[in-house]
Write a protein that binds this ligand. Structure first.
Ligand SMILES: Nc1ncnc2c1ncn2[C@@H]1O[C@H](COP(=O)(O)OP(=O)(O)O)[C@@H](O)[C@H]1O
Ligand SMILES: [Mg+2]
Length: 237
């Protein structure tokens, strides 16, 4: 870890965060408090429908909170303009989401370059960086493959490479090992560990997978739109 990496560590802080749907009938996030320090690896567990994906969407500024405060990497997301929200998504957070699929007509190498299209990198730099990222996830030999020709595990690895394209300080992942067998799941976890260790990337991973929770530095339980606790047994340190 170097000084730059330490300075880059970015935290997340929420107070009384609220996101309701359908005129308040669905209380997806309901007065949630959350404190994540820069460089932490936090797993969020909880039953289906408890608001995990909604929370990640708020942190990524894909959705806006109805009430409460939310600050990510020192920036308040509450009153952010659409333009600033785009910038936040592009430069601060990397997303590995279930529904953010790869573009089917682009090769692995092209998919990884997509987030870089809106940066100042030249085409040559974009390509070189995408290559390096695919190498990092062990997919150099598949860089010209279309998503259809890749296995679920390989597609997930391309999605990780794409999420890292702009060197996000925070990586948000929604059930990243859900579609993977245990070998590929373990490999993905090794890559996340490496990221956290080397780049001090803050990791927030929503998961049902005990393998993921075991790697996290902290496990948070979510229920009915709130963080309800942190099981003592989950921490290995
Ligand atoms: N866009 C939406 N419109 C209406 N209801 C939604 C929307 N997104 C999520 N919900 C509802 O909010 C609740 C929380 O959903 P979600 O955050 O996806 O939970 P989880 O990821 O924990 O399964 C669920 O009841 C879900 O049906
Ligand atoms: Mg979900």
């Amino acid at each position: 870890m170097n000084d730059k990496a330490t300075a880059n560590a970015a935290g997340i802080s929420a107070r009384g965060l609220v996101k309701h749907y359908e005129a308040g009938r669905v209380r997806a996030v309901d007065g949630l408090d959350l404190e994540i320090a820069g460089g932490e690896f936090v797993a969020i567990c909880g039953p289906s429908g408890c608001g995990k994906t909604t929370l990640l969407n708020l942190i990524a500024a894909i959705d806006r909170p109805d009430a409460g405060s939310l600050s990510v990497a020192g920036v308040s997301l509450t009153g952010l303009s659409g333009y600033a929200a785009d910038g936040h998504r592009r430069s601060t957070v990397g997303l590995v989401f279930q529904l953010h699929n790869l573009l089917p007509n682009l090769t692995a190498l092209e998919n990884v370059q997509v987030p870089m299209l809106v940066t100042r990198r030249t085409p040559r730099e974009r390509r070189a960086r995408a290559r390096a990222l695919l190498e990092r996830v062990g997919l150099s030999h598949r860089e010209h493959a279309l998503p259809n020709a890749l296995s679920a595990g390989e597609r997930q690895r391309v999605a990780i490479a794409r999420a890292l394209a702009n060197e996000p300080r925070i990586l948000l992942a929604d059930e990243p090992t859900g579609a993977l067998d245990s070998k590929n799941g373990a490999r993905l976890l090794d890559q996340l560990d490496e990221l956290q260790r080397d780049a001090r990337t803050t990791l927030v991973v929503v998961t049902h997978d005990p393998q993921v929770a075991a790697r996290a530095s902290r496990v948070l339980e979510m229920l009915d739109g709130r963080i309800t606790g942190s099981p003592a047994a989950a921490s290995g340190d």
